[in-house]
Design a protein around this ligand. Structure first.
Ligand code: AMP
Ligand code: ZN
Length: 136
């Protein structure tokens, strides 16, 4: 199967890898939204966080933590926006789960995660919670 981020993680496509280990890879986004915009992936192919085997989750989040620290020390941003686009509707263009680490700088003009969408539901949140709990 051909997958862009598997190919990058396997060094078959050039990229600016800033950190990797046996299970994960972190490389600079080719179209950075800010200085140091980094993408973190598991070397296990999965399209979404729902599909990723449980054993691959901890390595991914450990690398996310480690690389966020690297970026903090190297570039001194004022903060970070960290997130996943999952599904076409959210803007996922590469069907291999990846976590964006976007360094944030004072006065960068960006918004918070809350600015991604603003379509409040008509349903009371207690009703929504009840519907969700049935699937725990
Ligand atoms: P998403 O829209 O969440 O699927 O994000 C995919 C990201 O991958 C985008 O920010 C792209 O700029 C980035 N991207 C696409 N191709 C490459 C590549 N060859 N190397 C590094 N980043 C890439
Ligand atoms: Zn893949």
């Amino acid at each position: 199967m051909s997958c862009l981020f598997c190919s990058i993680a396997q060094h078959n496509i050039p990229s600016e890898i800033v950190y990797e280990d046996d299970a994960t890879s972190a490389f600079l986004d080719i179209q950075p939204r800010s200085l140091g915009h980094t993408v973190v992936v598991s070397k296990t192919h999965a399209e979404t966080i729902i599909d990723l085997p449980a054993a691959s989750l901890a390595p991914l989040f450990l690398t996310l933590q480690h690389v966020t620290g690297m970026l903090s020390r190297a570039l001194h941003p004022a903060g970070f926006t960290i997130g996943i686009n999952q599904g076409l509707v959210s803007g996922q263009t590469v069907p291999h789960l990846h976590v964006h680490i976007i360094p944030r700088f004072t006065g960068d003009g960006g918004g918070s995660i809350h600015s991604v969408v603003n379509q409040p539901p008509n349903e009371a949140i207690a009703m929504t919670a009840a519907r969700i709990r049935k699937y725990s």
